[in-house]
Ligand binder design. Structure first.
Ligand SMILES: Cc1cc2nc3c(=O)[nH]c(=O)nc-3n(C[C@H](O)[C@H](O)[C@H](O)COP(=O)(O)OP(=O)(O)OC[C@H]3O[C@@H](n4cnc5c(N)ncnc54)[C@H](O)[C@@H]3O)c2cc1C
Length: 384
């Protein structure tokens, strides 16, 4: 019998395996994935600086060593306001064929057993979990991504469609000695945005994402994603390897149940509702899940508590900020604040990509800009 079976060998699954083996060297850890690696995963490939901290905690910082740091970030609000900043800590843009395969190699090198297998059934017994009637483990980590089977088999409620985003990504040739990440927000179907993330290796990842209900209402169905991408970012015309996928946003996360089955990464709806960032959360939740899987008496209860301690307040703040910035006027004020107030862009990055909170200086900067944007309205109103 395995100590841990991890379903899904993406960032959450590989992190869980690495962490289990770090916590208990010699543990029997099985990693299952339905695909052979290297495998592609539809993604913007943006790796936040906070993910680097997680990689270091997992003993796997080497996976990004040869990659180009991307320090520049440019935001364009739905109303066209622009803000540019050089970030305190750089991002990395790494194709998932590379990033995920390297992380998985690190887990296998540490002692995890990798098997190609599509999990369909999950049976929870008092002392073990049985997958597909044949694979037995003391604890199972469901790291099988958006629409994962483990979560469904636990009988947890379906995610509210209004909290699911859909995004398409592709690649274009893009030579630059000064790579940047560009986000162009869509005023027509906000919240929705297009991105161009330069990898610094002669290519850029381009994409566009919107909420599922808006996509369902769009005239050309799935083509709407590509059409909007090219309208907002003309350089994305001709992008290749177009591929779309769901993003289950953390605004309606399932409650982690007690017991022997843990959910990590997208399977636990750990995707930032402001930015669609999920790799940092996948690494963090995988690390916590892997550690408790080999050490706790009730892994589910311990994991729920740890996750709450690490991300609970932050996730409440991101949900609140997502609700507030659904109003384009507030969002525009946010982008202006990012342009004008020192440190405001870094504060936004902390909330959008890391585990930051809505800080007092950020609220003050937002309030200042929002008041400023209301002034002309007031005057018009008074004159009228
Ligand atoms: C278009 C798009 C752009 C994005 N851009 C970014 C970005 O720039 N930065 C960022 O941080 N996040 C981004 N995200 C989110 C990010 O891709 C995810 O949050 C991240 O991949 C989550 O990792 P994971 O390990 O939980 O799941 P995944 O990476 O999806 O891995 C799940 C694994 O489980 C396997 N699997 C599934 N079902 C089974 C089964 N039944 N049996 C066995 N194996 C199974 C799959 O083959 C897969 O390998 C984006 C998402 C999309 C869709």
């Amino acid at each position: 019998m395995y100590d841990v079976a991890v379903v899904g060998a993406g960032p959450a699954g590989a992190a869980a395996a690495l962490s289990a083996l770090r916590t208990r060297p010699g543990a029997r850890v099985l990693l299952l994935d339905k695909q052979d690696f290297p495998r592609d995963k539809s993604c913007g490939d943006g790796i936040a600086p906070h993910a680097l901290d997680e990689l270091a905690r997992l003993g796997a910082a080497h996976v990004l060593l040869d990659r180009v740091p991307v320090r520049r970030l440019r935001l364009v609000s739905p109303r066209g306001t622009q803000a540019e900043a050089v970030l305190q800590r750089p991002d990395y843009v790494v194709p998932r064929t590379v990033f995920d395969a390297r992380l998985l190699d690190a887990a296998v090198a540490r002692g995890a057993e990798l098997r190609r297998h599509t999990v369909r059934q999950v049976e929870v017994r008092p002392d073990r979990v049985v997958l597909d009637g044949e694979i037995e483990a003391r604890t199972v980590v469901g790291a099988d991504g958006a629409n994962g089977v483990v979560r469904r088999r636990l009988g947890l409620p379906h995610q509210d469609p209004s909290t699911i985003a859909v995004a398409v990504r592709g690649y274009i040739p893009w030579e630059t000695s000064d790579p940047e990440q560009v986000i162009v927000m869509d005023g027509r179907d906000w919240p929705a945005y297009a991105w161009r993330f330069d990898a610094g290796d002669g290519t850029s990842n381009v994409g566009f994402g919107m909420l599922l209900p808006s996509l369902r209402a769009a005239e050309h169905g799935k083509d709407a994603l590509h059409d909007r991408l090219v309208q907002l970012l003309p350089e994305a015309a001709g992008a290749v390897r177009l591929r779309s996928h769901h993003l289950p946003l953390s605004t309606s996360r399932p409650v982690q149940p007690d017991g022997r089955v843990l959910l990590a990464g997208d399977a636990a709806s750990l995707v930032n509702p402001l930015t669609g960032e999920g790799i940092f959360y996948a690494l963090l939740s995988g690390r916590l899940a892997g550690a408790v899987a080999v050490s706790a008496r009730d892994p589910g209860a311990s994991y729920r508590e740890l996750l709450e301690r690490e991300l609970g307040t932050h996730l409440k703040h991101t949900s609140l900020l997502a609700r507030i910035t659904a109003h384009q006027r507030v969002l525009d004020a946010g982008v202006r604040a990012a342009r004008q107030a020192p440190g405001a862009m870094d504060a936004l990055v902390e909330v959008g990509l890391g585990r930051g909170l809505i800080t007092a200086p950020l609220v003050r900067a937002l309030a200042r800009e929002a008041t400023h944007s209301l002034r002309p309205l007031k005057r018009t109103h008074l004159r009228g």
